[in-house]
Structures are given as C-alpha cells and as structure tokens.
Unconditional design. Structure first.
Length: 170
C-alpha cells in the first residue's frame, strides 16, 4: 500500500480526515484534490493544469490522494495500488458539512487551498442533497468492478465502525 486513493460518496463523508490519519499511520504524503483544484478566492483551476498537477503527483513512488473529481479519475486510478471508498448515510454527511462550516467559519481548512475560507453556500448543500443517491450507485458499481483487479486492492468502508477499524487494524 504505497499509492492510495481515498474517495467517498459525498462531501462530509470524511475523506480528508481519513486520508490524514492513514498518511500518519503509513508515513505517506497526503495530497488533497480540493487544495489542488481551488485557487485563492474560490477560483477554479483550469482542467489542464489540474490534471497536470495530478500527473506529477502520481509519478512518485508513494502518495495518498483524497477527493473524487471524476473528470481526472483516470489519472489517479491507473497508478493506484489501493482504493479506499468511504460511504456514510446522507444525513451524516450533511451534518458534518454543516458542522465544518460552523467550526471553520471564515477560516481556511488545512486540506483546502490558501485563500478559500469556509462559507455557507446553499448551492453546495443542494448539490449534496440532490446527487447523493446517483453518486452512491455510480461509485458502488465502479468499485465493485475493480474488486477483481489484481493490481489494485479496493476497500469499501460502509459505516463508521468499518472506517475506524480499518485504520486501527493496519
């Protein structure tokens, strides 16, 4: 386990927190896709340079990358030796996003790009609520297909207990 993707069903599922814990346990550098994609002032990075940044990271011998960003999934999956998919109920994800918005109000999280302070953004909540089921189905299907891949181990952690036990049992 040297090149790890941490993905999840939704914002708030705990990808960044899990990736940080995993990085500490395995002594691997963690790269947060949100911090690569966003530029100061919540400006989106153009797709070509976003892909280029990821291509540079995946050339390394070891890494953990957290985040979904399906438009560049192909770059990461071809080099990953492990994929860890996190799924928690929608209500838990929404609660965590609300909590994060309160705790980090007007502050920038360490897993986010500099100059991108937390803010209440109703379109973000709408995105979570309206796309959860569709993303859940898509992600489950994607990772079930990869389960038989000999070059890449896939772990689907479907509740808090699975998530906690995974880190503890490494």
């Amino acid at each position: 386990m040297k090149r790890v993707l941490v993905m999840g069903v939704s914002p708030g599922v705990g990808k960044s927190t899990f990736a940080k814990k995993l990085g500490k346990k395995l002594d691997l550098e963690v790269h947060h896709l949100d911090s690569l994609y966003w530029q100061p002032g919540w400006t989106e990075r153009d797709n070509d340079s976003f892909r280029e940044l990821q291509e540079h990271i995946v050339k390394k011998d070891s890494w953990i990358i957290d985040g979904n960003y399906s438009n560049s999934y192909d770059i990461r999956v071809k080099r990953a030796d492990t994929i860890i998919y996190l799924e928690l109920p929608l209500i838990v994800c929404v609660y965590r996003v609300i909590k994060r918005r309160i705790v980090y109000a007007r502050k920038t999280r360490e897993d986010m790009a500099k100059g991108c302070p937390e803010k209440v953004d109703w379109s973000f909540f709408t995105f979570i609520l309206t796309t959860y089921r569709e993303r859940q189905k898509k992600m489950r299907n994607r990772f079930k297909k990869l389960k038989n891949d000999e070059d890449c181990k896939v772990f689907m952690l479907m509740n808090r207990k699975d998530i906690e036990n995974y880190i503890q049992n490494l």
